[in-house]
Design a protein around this ligand. Structure first.
Ligand SMILES: *Cc1c(COP(=O)(O)O)cnc(C)c1O
Length: 551
């Protein structure tokens, strides 16, 4: 570990969710995983950074499968006695009412300090605001974002933490930008001056290439909520348009922005090309925190690999330990005993149509013989957003398929960090088949790759930057894109079956030597570049330091 890098700009990182540990339920999915890994890395490598977030009383939903095969959501109240009381409370005016936000410090997970705001206090009429992560839309979502953004800036001031650069991870934190403008206007600047000065200290990361995933609100509602922080209607329109788009606004209020992989950089630039005066969108590919996600034995056996049988045995035995642990875990959870000598594919994603969870089952006549002969076993996991009925149908469909092939297909309910870790350690293959180019980055494939779990993936997100086909994993689809989903899906399906039947399955059963060499290649070709250390370095060199110097 290095000493704190004292001369570097001090960064406040704003994020709606942080995934630090399975027990600390302040996350939903990939965005939180990224943020948690990032702040652990910041601590490991001594970067002067703090996180701002929310202490969610109920976190994200627990999504279970009922006896009838239907997905349902359950919520519990959580108490975390490891959080430290900073003694600080700040006030945010929401809907003309004062909302008190208590500030907690989380530093338990070897992470840079994360300050979490909490409205669940007896003095608040609106104590529910920090109740459920992504639980609500409309006014309630804005209220949450006001706590994060406006409350977050006020918390930094009250804590007396000087900040050089404000990093908004996704558009949720946008109102922090309004608060920064307001502070400067209160200090005597005009709006134009305050906007420019604030822009010079804000950087922004955009995540979703799905237009509908980019939140917008009506101007009336923002004004009514008080999210505008004294800005006029015209000023709001100038920043975020009408209706007010949070991503567009964040692109305009920042000095530089980034997408989360090199392919996503292209996608994002096309997507937002019509937005006037938006900041440059560069690409900084996501990465993971190795101590959290990777079996160190796998890394060290790969590093000391001699291309001889002894090395292969060591690496394979270490993998089989992880595979056996996963098989035991599945047995405990679902009562299904998978076979450790049979190829095991993992697939775990949020249930959204573009991720195509059930693509592999499209033609039963092709896939069924492999499942019935137990040449292929598949473990699925993933949640749908609690208000997303289409997503829940996707989950229920996988559950139904798992009942059809009870020995070979498993669905693990309530996807979380524990399941994510088990799967990316213990499967043989990590399957990923989104509709290109809708996967911004993905990090689960990185976890798998570094554990010697071979990626078999569409060339989307991070994978084009890492894939050496037939050497460290496989691609399928050759980067094909089409706006006609029937055309795209049938093309990709053909390619998926072809790579499975011609490459993946025969290599696993008939050429174990090559398979283990590929595992070694997978680990060695990803462990440095897709480590959070590289990502932190890039954020500093490409975004924070230039922003700080340009102020
Ligand atoms: C790694 C991880 C993610 C993010 O992975 P994707 O590749 O973006 O799907 C989401 N949820 C959990 C629990 C994870 O462990």
């Amino acid at each position: 570990m290095m000493e704190t890098k004292k001369t570097l700009p001090k960064v406040a990182y704003f994020c709606m969710e942080y995934a630090l540990d399975a027990e600390f339920r302040t996350y939903a999915g990939g965005l939180g995983i990224l943020a948690g890994d990032y702040l652990k890395g910041a601590k490991d490598y001594g970067y002067p950074m703090v996180g701002i977030g929310i202490k969610w009383k109920q976190g994200y939903s627990d999504q279970m499968i009922g006896k009838d095969g239907k997905a349902f959501d359950a919520y519990h109240n959580y108490n975390y006695d490891f959080l430290k009381d900073t003694g600080i409370k700040v006030n945010v005016r929401i809907r003309q009412r004062n909302v008190v936000c208590k500030v907690w410090l989380c530093d338990k997970y070897n992470n840079a300090p994360i300050y979490l705001l909490d409205t669940d206090l007896p003095e608040n009429e609106d104590s529910w605001i920090t109740g459920q992560l992504y639980g609500w839309f409309g006014e309630e979502r804005i209220a949450q974002e006001m706590v994060l953004g406006i409350g977050g800036i006020k918390a930094l001031r009250a804590l007396n933490i000087p900040i050089d650069v404000y990093h908004f991870n996704e558009g949720h934190a946008l109102f922090a930008g309004f608060q920064l403008i307001k502070e400067k206007m209160d200090g005597g600047m005009t709006f134009d001056e305050a906007f420019k000065a604030s822009k010079n200290e804000i950087v922004f990361t955009t995540h979703t290439p799905i237009i509908q995933g980019n939140e917008y609100h009506t101007l009336d509602r923002l004004m009514y909520m008080g999210a505008n922080c004294d800005l006029t209607l015209e000023q709001l329109v100038q920043i975020g348009g009408s209706p007010f788009n949070m991503t567009v606004a964040a692109l305009r209020i920042s000095t530089i922005s980034n997408a989360v992989s090199q392919l996503h950089k292209k996608t994002a630039n096309t997507m937002w090309a019509d937005v006037k005066d938006h900041s440059e969108i560069i690409g900084i590919t996501n990465a993971i925190h190795l101590p959290t996600w990777v079996d160190n034995n796998m890394i060290s056996y790969a590093e000391n690999y001699n291309n001889d049988q002894e090395s292969r045995n060591e690496l394979w035995d270490a993998h089989m330990k992880n595979k056996t642990a996963l098989i035991d875990f599945v047995y405990e959870r679902n009562g299904v005993k998978l076979d450790s000598d049979s190829l095991l594919i993992g697939f775990s994603r949020r249930a959204a149509p573009y991720k195509r969870s059930n693509l592999i089952f499209t033609k039963p006549e092709v896939i069924e013989p492999f499942l019935k002969q137990k040449k292929l076993q598949i473990v699925f996991s993933g949640k749908a957003h609690p208000l997303d009925d289409v997503g829940k149908k996707i989950v229920e469909n996988i559950v139904e398929i798992s009942k059809r092939y009870p020995e070979a297909v498993v669905f693990l309910e309530n996807y979380d960090m524990t399941i994510g870790r088990m799967l990316t350690h213990g499967c043989d293959v990590w399957l990923n088949n989104p509709r290109r180019p809708l996967e911004a980055s993905g990090t689960s494939g990185m976890k798998a790759a570094m554990n010697g779990v071979l990626n078999c993936s569409i060339l989307d997100g991070w994978w084009p930057e890492a894939c050496q086909h037939g050497i460290n994993g496989w691609q399928f689809g050759d980067g094909f894109e089409s706006e006609d989903f029937d055309v795209l899906d049938s093309h990709d399906l053909g390619c998926l079956y072809k790579v499975l039947i011609d490459d993946v399955i025969p290599t696993y059963y008939n050429n174990r030597t090559k398979w283990i060499d590929m595992m070694k290649n997978s680990i060695l070709s990803t462990k440095d570049f897709f480590s959070v250390e590289r990502m932190l370095k890039e954020y500093y060199e490409l975004m924070y330091i230039p922003t700080y110097k340009g102020k």
